[in-house]
Design a protein around this ligand. Sequence first.
Ligand code: R2B
Length: 311
Amino acid sequence: FIREGSKTDIPQEMTWCTCNLNPYLECLNPDILYHLNLDTKSTDFPKVFGDVRFVCLGGTGARMEKFANFIISEIGLKLSMAVELRNISADGHRYALFKVGPVLVASHGIGGPSISIVLHELIKLVHHAKCQDPVFFRMGTCGGIGVEPGTLVITSQPLDGQLRPVYEVVVHTQPQLRPALLDQALAKELIALSNPCEDGYDTVLGKTLCANDFYEGQSRLDGAFCGYNPQKKMCFLQQISQMGVVNMEMESTAFAALTNQAGIRAAVICVAIINRMEGDQINSPTCVLKDFDQRAQILIARYMRKVLFKC
Ligand code: R2B
């Protein structure tokens, strides 16, 4: 962990290794993954989830169900699977969870605390299931900083609201700063799978500002409260743009920190639904936003096909 004010010595090349996980997990019999409505007594994790190679997270259950259906058509037929899609965690009433062959699809809600809870449980799930080197993706929407709406942004480095490359967790009253690192090779592999001419939109790699709030935390002028003026807002957006920040969202530091701590390869791919240099309110028609939603899904499906079928 990075302590506040200390120099960091960040392991850049961690690999998925259960030795990084909580040692007390082995004492839990059963382990109850409360928010996913699963436990290791009534579910045989290695049998049900042992083949999982990809874990994909996104904000809402409805969007992730659509993604699961899309993945069935993208890879399901090739795997000749008879897939009956079912929300495995429906009775938990917190998150949605679907399994399509080697792909686990989960919703994460909004913000760091929400994604952190489901990630703890998903990391335990792949651990109990003995999954081999799973790759995690977060797909979502974001505000673009100086990029056209519809641009796909792959995060190189998430930064928190204080522009630090960390996720802060307060434990026993003390802030612990966990390195928020994503797999750079995976990010480059994903960029290489984009094709702006054929896709009809750009895919870019850049830093992501991860805020704890949608309104003041992202320097919007349209929240219920606003303690700054339009000049201050633009000054802030220009400052972060000059640092290489191309988008803002609310989950990337938690996602990067937890996957990095487990040594799991991970990537964040978000579509910009607005250029924040030009406004704050999301006013694109629903059909346009639906089209935008598919863009991260298409790129992730390309990556999966490349890994699974070498095409
Ligand atoms: C992007 O969109 C959501 C807020 O509307 C939040 O989850 C995020 O990061």
